[in-house]
Design a protein around this ligand. Structure first.
Ligand code: G4P
Length: 534
């Protein structure tokens, strides 16, 4: 049977009920608070505030690292699963700081939709815009939550206009705010013809929901002061005239975003947003891969690694590969083929991320994220299948834009440092190059803050204090070509040569002129700024 909205075969019920999404926002817009409320309504935590432990760090349970606790920056992306009504939500957390965009970009390859949180007073901010562009590249459906309506916010039409203009996407109001700041009463639910009233006395209380019959319903007079009601009627009428109506197809195609207004900290508007994600959000989608695409309803299991995190549990020197299942029904103990090495892997202790508690995953379905503890075999971009040689495509690798050299402050620890660096390189946290001449390592990252994070992790996880210093090089290019041509280049440019963690050759320099010279003098060799993750 074909599904009307998607024109695709109807999915098995277990797959169809999955919603796998990320939250994108500018720092401070309220992503952590919203995540906390999602978990609260998803039954993953009992009380708000459990996530944001008082006095201690105020980050969600999804944050693992000391550094991010200290600095209040969400560095690592992780996944959380919880049920809401008939749905299974898989929320993949993205780091909000711009220096971690590489991680974020990859995370967005593992989700089917994004929730965009904006601050009602600030509108579309720089990081929101950047992340939105990445979602657009993949035509990801976007649901918008305009937060902090309990504070003085911008005019509702202004906010909607700004999104439409800055992000070039149609916006349809799913709810309409009644007042703002101190006068904020709640919202009119435009999709379900309901009045939702915020409880200011109790931040964790779910809003009072009143069924009405259109905006002329007399019930409204009992709850909304006359001047606010007149304004609401006028604005909603205008909105219906001027703004596009809700259209699920357009949402799924990524050309229209429904917007909910609310206040995450007051638990207001969150359930309606969750209802929206459930009812209108996409089911697990088809995954692009070579030589053929993977459809979620295929009975054989396939999945891909979009993130690797080392040392999540300091007690065990483990690494966890985060795998998005692209198809099938996975059962614990299954033997899957690791396509890159063609080796079988028994997946005997996979974990599901139920908020912060890692639990053994007995089973998982297409759309789910599972963690596979391993000793380094699994890398970002790897595909696991039941035997077929499929390779998931479209996982980006970024050119390192900043290079620094790193040394252990204790020279006796150089060997240990090499091991730590290689582990981070495999995790995808940095690019690491060993120069052909001299000692030490060159580390390449996308954003400067990553150096600090690395230094802190190397010390914390490996007990090796390190120093990052300016490097003589500013650019790295991977060298590709026939062996003879590459050897010739390497022999005559040894001072520029380094090796990455796979042993592949890179050309290191500080001058564009050098790169131009190589391109001119070695026509049989190509230099690339990125290396495909495989
Ligand atoms: P982020 O993860 O996107 O960076 O944002 P986060 O949830 O940490 O929220 C940023 C700040 O905004 C927090 O205040 C939080 O309490 C506040 N906030 C979140 N949602 C709302 C809302 O609906 N209304 C209002 N008025 N504020 C909201 P903070 O002072 O930085 O932290 P805290 O001391 O309150 O924990």
């Amino acid at each position: 049977m074909l599904d009307n909205a998607t024109n695709r075969p109807e999915l098995p019920a277990e797959i169809a009920r999955r919603r796998t999404f990320a939250i994108i926002s500018h720092p401070d817009a309220g992503k952590t608070t919203l995540t906390e409320k999602f978990l609260l309504y998803g039954g993953a935590i009992q009380m708000a505030g459990q996530v944001r432990a008082k006095g201690e760090a105020r980050r969600t349970r999804s944050d693992f690292m000391q550094m991010e606790k200290d600095r209040g920056i969400s560095v690592s992306a992780s996944a959380m699963s919880f049920d809401f009504k008939t749905f299974r939500f898989n929320l993949v957390d993205t780091p909000g700081h711009s220096d971690f965009s590489e991680d974020t970009y990859r995370t967005l390859t593992a989700v089917d939709a994004a929730v965009m949180v904006i601050d009602g007073a600030k509108g579309v901010e720089s990081q929101t815009q950047k992340l939105f562009e990445v979602c657009r590249l993949r035509d990801l459906p976007i649901l918008t939550f305009c937060n902090k309506m309990d504070r003085e916010s911008r005019d509702t039409f202004d906010i909607i206009d700004e999104i439409q203009e800055n992000l070039a996407i149609d916006v349809t109001p799913a709810s309409w705010p009644i007042g703002m700041g101190r006068d904020f009463l709640g919202c009119y639910d435009m999709l379900n013809d309901r009045l939702e009233l915020m409880d200011r006395a109790d931040r964790n209380k779910v809003a009072e929901s009143i069924e009405i019959k259109g905006l002329d319903d007399e019930l409204l007079d009992q709850h909304i002061p006359a001047d606010q009601l007149a304004k609401l009627r006028e604005e909603v009428e205008m909105a219906r005239e001027l703004l596009p109506a809700f259209d699920r197809q357009a949402l799924l195609e990524g050309t229209l975003t429904p917007i909910w207004f609310g206040s995450a900290i007051n638990s207001f508007g969150v359930k309606e947003l969750m209802d929206g994600i459930g009812s209108f959000g996409p089911e697990p989608q088809i995954q692009s891969a070579e030589p053929r695409k993977i459809a979620p309803e295929e009975t054989k299991v396939a999945g891909f690694v979009f993130k690797v995190q080392a040392n999540m549990d300091p007690k065990h020197r483990d690494r966890v590969a985060f795998v998005r299942l692209a198809s099938g029904h996975f059962l614990r103990g299954m033997k899957l083929t690791h396509v890159r090495t063609k080796k079988p892997m028994a997946i005997s202790n996979p974990v599901l991320f139920l908020a912060s508690d890692r639990e053994l995953a007995e089973e998982a379905w297409a759309g789910d994220i599972i963690g596979i503890p391993n000793h380094g075999q699994l890398r970002i971009g790897d595909t696991l299948t039941e035997g077929e040689a499929l390779r998931v495509s479209g996982i980006p690798s970024f050119a390192p834009e900043l290079l620094q050299s790193v040394r252990a402050t204790d020279p006796m620890k150089a060997k240990h440092l090499e091991k730590a660096l290689m582990q981070f390189a495999e995790e995808g946290a940095a690019k690491v190059f060993k120069p052909a001449i001299g000692s030490g390592f060159i580390v390449g990252v996308v954003g400067a803050l990553q150096f600090e994070v690395l230094a802190s992790r190397i010390e914390l996880e490996y007990g090796i204090p390190v120093r990052f210093e300016g490097s003589q090089f500013t650019s790295a290019r991977w060298v590709n070509g026939a062996k003879q041509a590459v050897d010739k280049l390497v022999d005559s440019n040894r001072q520029h040569i380094g090796y990455d963690h796979d042993g592949d050759i890179v050309f290191l320099t500080r001058l564009q002129w050098d790169i131009d010279r190589i391109v001119r003098d070695y026509p049989d060799v190509t230099l690339t700024a990125t290396k495909e993750m495989m």
